[in-house]
Design a protein around this ligand. Structure first.
Ligand SMILES: N[C@@H](Cc1ccc(O)cc1)C(=O)O
Length: 430
């Protein structure tokens, strides 16, 4: 069994911890929790750091609790946020909670009977039992406003003009009470979180001390940075989501494939469970031929396998080889429609009716007139390039400009036309 702290340390996943947590962990099986607020209907890759932290905790023989914040999600965590956020309505929140629960259930071991079986909890279950008066009387009384205001996480909001509503200011009391509740009822002695959560976590340890004279521990992991200083986890299209409907497995795979060498060395430790020796040997090989992008390929493989599974991983690899390597008609035909459209996102498209398509006599006509001038502006130009061997349809090179059209439509409706090495076009036949 691994030593949790040691494991996080060599992976570069240790930011801060309260004293004596190591001694505490050495005493036997411990329980820890980490919370996710249902701000959207999917987790994104930033959340994976928390997931990995829980996973390492469980692999070290301890018991992990993943909390979905049905209650805290109603308020919104102000920690290090520059502005007050809009409240989500109840139906949206309920939907988000159930989406997150389903995703979280995939990563940890929930096998019944195991001593350190993972648990999934929702703070709405206990917070909804409270009345406002009870909460401010029984919980709020133990924490001073001075203490709450001294946190780095809310300081900026207290100082700048826009301030902070009482609602968001109260957030740390709810998260603090979650810790108290889980400590008292489930024996959870540790709260894990990103470094932005330190303030909220120690409000919890403070409550445990004041309300019950107990002790509990905090451990945070660093926020993920990028070597070039830009924000981690964002692409032009926005966040990289775990839900395959929001970010296709192909785009997900590509995201990891495109990280810089410097970031790759960091991320392979954080986002995969590969061991130290394996990682070091991949790094060695990578250094000998950086252009092969071995590190990136291994991260992309491990993370895509973990989040999307084998089939989607293979599809993503195939799809990537179509744009960036050798590929065949079969590879192209093997893509599902979503992946196909993702791979060729943004390429010019020509539309053609089925009857018009069927009446087209040869490829030259198809690629000039019938493609409304999008692919070739004249028949002569099309003929010349086909004769020069520079045009293919569905990855099959055309030889004869007067040749018949005998290609299987991809997904029953698309042809992929390639002009030269890099210019792609889609013809959609409807
Ligand atoms: N505040 C955490 C989520 C969280 C919610 C409730 C908790 O008890 C713990 C953590 C975040 O925004 O990421």
């Amino acid at each position: 069994m691994n030593n949790f702290i040691e494991e996080l340390r060599w992976r570069g996943m240790l930011q801060d911890m309260t004293p004596e947590i190591e001694e505490h962990l050495n005493q036997g099986t411990a329980s820890a929790y980490l919370g996710f607020d249902p701000t959207a209907d999917s987790l994104h890759i930033g959340h994976l750091v928390g997931v990995m932290t829980l996973l390492h905790f469980q692999r070290a023989g301890h018991k992990p609790f993943a909390l979905v914040g049905g209650a805290t999600g109603m308020i919104g965590d102000p920690s290090f946020k520059s502005a007050e956020r809009n409240l989500l309505d109840k139906p949206t929140l309920d939907h988000n909670v159930s989406c997150l629960q389903k995703q979280l259930a995939k990563f940890l071991d929930f096998t019944e009977g195991a001593a350190n079986k993972a648990e999934l909890v929702n703070n709405h279950d206990w917070m909804s039992q409270f009345s406002f008066l009870e909460f401010i009387r029984d919980v709020g009384k133990h924490i001073t406003v001075n203490y709450m205001m001294a946190k780095d996480s809310v300081k900026r909001r207290l100082e700048d003009g826009n301030g902070l509503s009482f609602t968001e200011f109260s957030y740390q009391l709810i998260q603090g009470y979650d810790f108290f509740h889980l400590w008292k009822n489930e024996g959870v002695s540790i709260q894990l979180g990103g470094s932005d959560q330190w303030g909220n976590i120690v409000t919890g340890t403070e409550m445990i001390r004041k309300m019950a004279g107990g002790s509990a521990y905090a451990l945070t992991v660093p926020l993920i940075t990028k070597a070039d200083g830009s924000k981690f986890g964002k692409t032009e299209g926005g966040s990289v989501w775990l839900d395959p409907e929001k970010t296709s497995p192909y785009a997900f795979y590509q995201f990891w494939l495109n990280v810089s060498d410097e970031d790759a060395a960091k991320y392979i430790r954080i986002f995969t469970t590969l061991g130290r020796e394996t990682i070091e040997s991949i790094e060695k090989e990578h250094a000998e031929a950086p252009h092969m992008r071995l590190l990136q390929k291994e991260i992309a493989k491990q993370v895509t396998l973990m989040v999307h599974g084998e089939k989607e991983y293979e599809m993503a690899v195939k799809a990537s080889s179509i744009l960036f390597g050798k590929s065949s008609t079969e590879d192209l035909a093997a893509l599902d429609e979503r992946t196909f459209l993702q791979v060729f996102d943004g390429v010019p498209q020509a539309k053609l009716s089925k009857s018009d398509f069927e009446a087209t006599p040869n490829v030259v006509d198809l690629l000039s007139e019938k493609a409304s001038g999008i692919i070739f502006t004249s028949k002569g130009e099309a003929r010349k390039m086909i004769q020069g061997g520079g045009v293919s349809i569905n990855k099959e090179k055309l030889a004869d400009p007067n040749g018949e059209i005998k290609f299987d439509l991809l997904q029953g409706k698309y042809l992929l036309v390639q002009k030269g090495k890099k210019n792609y076009y889609i013809m959609e036949i409807q």
